[in-house]
Design a protein around this ligand. Structure first.
Ligand code: HEM
Length: 452
């Protein structure tokens, strides 16, 4: 293993980092609260690894800007991280009043979602996915479950008919393919999806997020509305998939949880919380730039230089005081959803969907177990996400005609109305034509969607 001098940028990409990110964070800590990290070949940023310093940055909107435009010329167009940092007119890259203006549209609209409906919608799509593999006795919980479920749910919450869910899944999967042609096709398909979504809802509103974005009193124009939808879909999908998978692996590999599946001895929320503290689904992000030269926690930062926060390192740094069992009931909160004005606006929604997804899966498959030793699991290479490449599991196959609750026969307790946004009289009609007037977004799914 190569020994890296304390002041050299620590690579956050490649197999070595993916295999043991905490080693990278330990090396960065040797540089202090803020260290130099290389997030892609030739792209170096300062990375905050200390809990206190992370909070100081995230909560200080005066000193920092999130606008990436001044820095983008230093990121090669061919860099794998380029889609994750590309500026777009969205709350993600906005500051101050304009950020608050855009963000209110999103928080108000999320606030209109009924948690019970969201839970039922998640159950419903979880059933659809489990039906596809339940009788085989084996599953890749990443590819066949965690990576598909969030987008099927979002497709519904944003107001599209269910048959559009797989199109969204396929489009975003193609966009992160290594084959450039497939990537381009994915980008085009995602652009078409967004165009159709906007057009459909502009013509006929429903009880869904898109309609609420369009009708919000803050009055977004068409381009702004599409950009916020794009960023929200992009920002929500990958971290939520990761959280579901990272929690599943914890539950299937940690002796304290084995009993949970059958006896409910430790709640799923406990495992989710541990995953957020110790295996942050989004490991490093919150890209900021100081508006002036400054010394921050002992490090000189020139104006406009890129600074990122490592939620994964901050959560596990000695100052975070994470309890030995990883489940905190003290005063500090984990930083997996960031903090301050740009903190994730969908924290509760994400927790609700992740809990329902795992609850439903384990209720049908109580003896599910890992099909390979946990040490053999691998994570995708890249600086931002903590993403398993696959999570093979096995279980006693479930026959469609088995007695009791199966994914084919929804249990009476769950059999309320086909609940959820876009259900009932407001349900969206299936769009018949390709969009004509909607803006065509560039083929990137936004900062958190790309696989880097
Ligand atoms: C486990 C799941 C999730 C995690 C760990 C997570 C984490 C985060 C983090 C760390 C940020 C701050 C990023 C930055 O400022 O650079 C963020 C922002 C954001 N997240 Fe999430 N997120 C999750 C799920 C979701 C979901 C489900 C949605 C929407 C459906 C969503 C929408 C957003 C949006 C729109 C922002 C931008 C907020 C702003 O700039 O004001 N996230 N998220």
């Amino acid at each position: 293993m190569t020994k890296i001098p304390a002041a050299a940028p620590v690579p956050l990409y490649g197999a070595e980092h993916a295999a043991d990110p905490q080693r990278s964070y330990d090396l960065l800590r040797l540089q202090g609260a803020v260290g130099l990290a290389e997030i892609a070949p030739g792209v170096v940023v300062h990375l905050v690894t200390d809990y206190r310093a992370a909070l100081d940055l995230l909560q200080d909107a005066e000193t920092w800007t999130k606008d990436t435009r001044g820095w983008l010329s230093q990121v090669p167009l061919s860099s794998p991280i380029r889609p994750n940092v590309e500026w777009r007119d969205s709350l993600f890259y906005a500051d101050g009043e304009y950020h608050a203006h855009l963000r209110k549209v999103i928080t108000d609209s999320f606030g209109l979602l009924d948690p019970h409906d969201v839970r039922m919608v998640t159950f419903r799509f979880a059933d659809t996915l489990v039906q596809r593999f339940a009788d085989s006795g084996t599953v890749d919980l990443v590819g066949q479950y965690a990576r598909q479920l969030p987008l099927m749910v979002f497709n519904r919450l944003f107001g599209m008919p269910d048959e559009y869910g797989p199109r969204l899944v396929d489009a975003l999967a193609a966009m992160v393919d290594t084959d450039p042609e497939r990537q381009a096709a994915g980008g085009q398909a995602f652009g078409e999806y967004l165009g159709t979504l906007y057009q459909t809802k502009a013509e006929q509103r429903g009880h869904d997020l898109t309609s609420w974005f369009i009708d919000h009193p803050n009055g977004l124009n068409q381009e702004e509305a599409v950009n916020q939808i794009l960023i929200t879909l992009g920002a929500g999908n990958e971290p939520l998939s990761n959280l579901i998978a990272n929690t599943c692996v914890r539950m299937l590999s940690d002796a304290r949880y084995f009993g949970t599946l059958t006896t409910g001895s430790l709640p799923i929320q406990h495992a989710i919380h541990e995953a957020l503290w110790q295996n942050s689904p989004l490991a490093n992000y919150s890209l900021h730039f100081p508006k002036r030269d400054l010394t921050f926690h002992g490090t000189h930062l020139p104006a406009g230089s890129p600074v990122m926060v490592s939620y994964a390192a901050a959560n596990t740094c000695p100052h975070a005081g994470v309890p030995t069992d990883g489940y905190r009931s003290g005063t500090k909160a984990h930083l997996a959803f960031a903090a301050g004005p740009h903190a994730c606006p969908a924290r509760d929604l994400a927790l609700l969907i992740a809990t329902a997804a795992i609850e439903r899966l384990t209720s049908y498959l109580p003896d599910i177990e890992l099909a390979v030793p946990v040490e053999q699991l691998t994570y995708r290479e890249g600086p931002f996400h903590r993403t398993l490449t696959a999570l093979p599991a096995r279980f006693t196959p479930l026959a469609p005609d088995a007695e009791g609750a199966t994914p084919w026969s929804r249990s009476p307790a769950d059999s309320g109305p086909d609940a959820g946004p876009n259900a009932g009289p407001d349900a969206a009609p299936a769009p018949t034509a390709a969009p004509t007037a909607a803006p065509t977004p560039t083929p990137t799914a936004g900062p958190l969607a790309a696989r880097a």
